[in-house]
Design a protein around this ligand. Structure first.
Ligand SMILES: Cc1cc2nc3c(=O)[nH]c(=O)nc-3n(C[C@H](O)[C@H](O)[C@H](O)COP(=O)(O)OP(=O)(O)OC[C@H]3O[C@@H](n4cnc5c(N)ncnc54)[C@H](O)[C@@H]3O)c2cc1C
Length: 553
């Protein structure tokens, strides 16, 4: 193939672009992906979500540098290394983000990315099935490739969580991806007919059926730039280094960790840092690798006094039953990610839109499945949405095979600590409501004796984990913003023929999980790449709490 467009990375954004750029048959599209097949239940069965992350076969296996504000802990930074990228190893939770997140993108220089601009793209990508739990179809998309559904919500703990939120005086919302994000309600997942609906299933596999879309399995080392123009990609496959040329453009969609790494290896980045590694500077862009953001979270775990939780399946026989039922019928506990209730709340009066997210799980277990708690239980994952801490991705070496150096600077601001203490205290209040009275036993974690600010801080320092939402390392912004890496059409500033379109370009982390917004970026970037007029802006007005200034809930 003589590709017009080369896309590096078949992840959330890359798959969407493979589909949209090849759809009209006018352009030859080549996707370069280092990871392999996504076949098999470990990836395709939603209930198996804790397995692929951390597996060498599916995960790049990165970790942070010792985090100075967390006592030198290194935190796992999984990134998908498989077709579908991180959408093939993620938790499948589907959240668009809050309208105000995108308005903030626009205000910070990403012109044309306000909520009114991006809402039509969220609708275009979605194929929404509310499963009888409410929600307003006018706010949702019905014909897109990305199936979005909800779990069966059969477990009584799942509905108790929403009821408890209501009893504590919070809003409820029957669709946080619709008009009103704020409140307690059903959580949505990217699954379809009981199967993980990754970006590979939604976009890439259909696209690869077209004669003008191809994928090769190779490791992208750097972008080849001649006289200020990206002309191709240097790859390694089968032990050989070769260059594949692109007639029109190279588009990086290798994730917020690997896209900035590839930019730097290609001579695009902070000049002094490139010089340290002996890399010739093509474009001195101070922002490459900077502005790294993430969500941290904690699990508050309660013991259950009744045998209602998913713990009944947490043994060899139970797992065999779940697996077999899923294999034969695509139903049962294996058909859901089990995140079936959610909440988005504000930490204080005067905060204008939610800054805390909850995922509720009807079992007490670690995300990576490593430690199942003592018996029947349940837990809420909670954490602040807009941490002021910022980190960076840098090269550890000029060798493309070396892992990059990732430092998040987690919890570097006093606000981070105060916000987490608030999360814990608010969660205890929610678990203390009547709705949980039939089920709530003792607090497993942090434990009832952990109460003072100092005690809570010690618990937080030891137990916070990444929610696996790194982003922002090739920020989109105005051309005259020295820290912007791409302009509002995703073009790398200072180089012709090169774009970045993935979670790296988020100016600021949105309120929720990042697969949805990453796919949206791929969708919208495709229109820019093809020179199309963007979809008409929406004039829908999202709900805001009428008394946000005076009331926390
Ligand atoms: C364990 C985990 C759980 C998560 N849970 C959720 C969740 O429940 N809901 C949610 O919305 N979000 C979740 N996320 C986050 C979300 O999945 C990611 O933010 C999103 O998928 C990022 O999309 P992307 O396009 O930026 O990059 P990715 O999807 O990571 O894609 C990058 C692709 O580029 C490829 N690549 C990278 N470097 C090279 C190279 N040099 N050569 C060739 N190919 C390369 C990679 O192999 C990968 O396929 C989770 C993430 C993880 C890791």
């Amino acid at each position: 193939m003589n590709p017009d467009f080369i896309i590096v990375g078949a992840g959330s954004a890359g798959c969407a672009m493979a589909d949209r750029l090849s759809a009209d048959g006018q352009h030859q599209v080549l996707v370069i992906e280092f990871g392999g097949t996504d076949a098999g239940p470990l990836i395709q069965m939603p209930g198996a979500l804790s397995y692929p992350m951390g597996m060498k076969r599916y995960d790049w296996g990165y970790q942070s540098e010792p985090e100075p504000h967390l006592g030198g802990r290194r935190l796992a930074t999984p990134r998908g290394k498989v077709i579908g990228g991180s959408s093939s190893i993620n938790g499948m939770v589907y959240v668009r983000g809050h309208a105000k997140d995108f308005d903030h993108w626009q205000e910070s220089g990403a012109t044309g990315w306000s909520y009114a601009d991006v809402l039509p793209y969220f609708k275009r990508m979605e194929n929404w099935e509310p499963r009888g739990h409410g929600g307003d179809p006018d706010w949702r998309g019905a014909d897109g490739p990305l199936h979005v559904t909800r779990g069966t919500r059969e477990n009584p703990l799942v509905t108790a969580f929403v009821e408890a939120g209501k009893q504590a005086g919070y809003q409820t919302t029957d669709d946080y991806n619709g008009e009103q994000q704020e409140g307690f309600g059903p959580m949505e997942q990217t699954t379809y007919k009981g199967q993980r609906w990754s970006a590979a299933n939604a976009y890439l596999k259909p696209a690869l059926k077209r004669p003008n879309c191809e994928m090769i399995r190779a490791f992208a080392r750097r972008v080849v730039i001649e006289e200020g123009r990206a002309v191709g990609v240097e790859i390694e496959r089968g032990g050989k280094v070769e260059v594949i040329r692109a007639a029109r453009e190279v588009i990086l969609a290798a994730s917020s960790i690997n896209s900035p790494k590839i930019l730097m290896l290609s001579g695009i980045g902070p000049a002094a840092h490139l010089a340290e590694h002996g890399i010739e500077v093509v474009a001195d862009r101070a922002g490459v690798g900077q502005n790294l953001q993430d969500h941290l979270e904690l699990y508050l775990q309660m013991a259950a006094t009744q045998p209602v939780s998913l713990f009944k399946y947490w043994n060899l026989l139970g797992k065999a039953y779940v697996g077999a039922r899923w294999l034969f019928t695509r139903t049962g506990p294996g058909a859901s990610n089990q995140f079936e209730s959610a909440a988005f709340i504000r930490s204080a009066a005067g905060v204008d839109y939610p800054d805390i997210q909850y995922h509720f799980l009807p079992i007490a277990v670690r995300y990576d499945g490593q430690v199942a708690a003592e018996g029947h239980g349940f837990q809420a994952h909670t954490g602040p949405m807009r941490s002021p801490s910022r980190g960076r991705v840098q090269l550890a070496s000029a060798d493309p095979a070396a892992a990059p150096s990732i430092l998040f600077n987690y919890m570097s601001q006093e606000k981070d600590w105060a916000d987490f203490r608030t999360c814990i205290r608010l969660t205890r209040e929610i678990f203390g409501q009547e709705a949980f009275a039939p089920y709530a036993g003792h607090e497993i974690q942090p434990g009832a004796d952990v109460q003072t600010d100092e005690e809570l801080n010690a618990f937080i320092a030891e137990h916070v984990e990444s929610a696996y939402h790194p982003c922002g390392t090739a920020k989109m912004g105005a051309v005259d913003d020295p820290m912007a890496v791409v302009d509002p059409e995703c073009r790398v500033i200072g180089v012709e023929g090169l774009r970045v379109a993935d979670s790296s370009i988020f100016p600021r982390i949105p309120n929720g999980n990042l697969n949805g917004p990453s796919i949206m970026v791929g969708e919208k970037a495709s229109d820019h790449i093809l020179g199309r007029t963007p979809l008409p802006r929406s004039n829908a007005e999202p709900w805001m709490h009428p008394d946000w200034q005076g009331s926390q809930r």
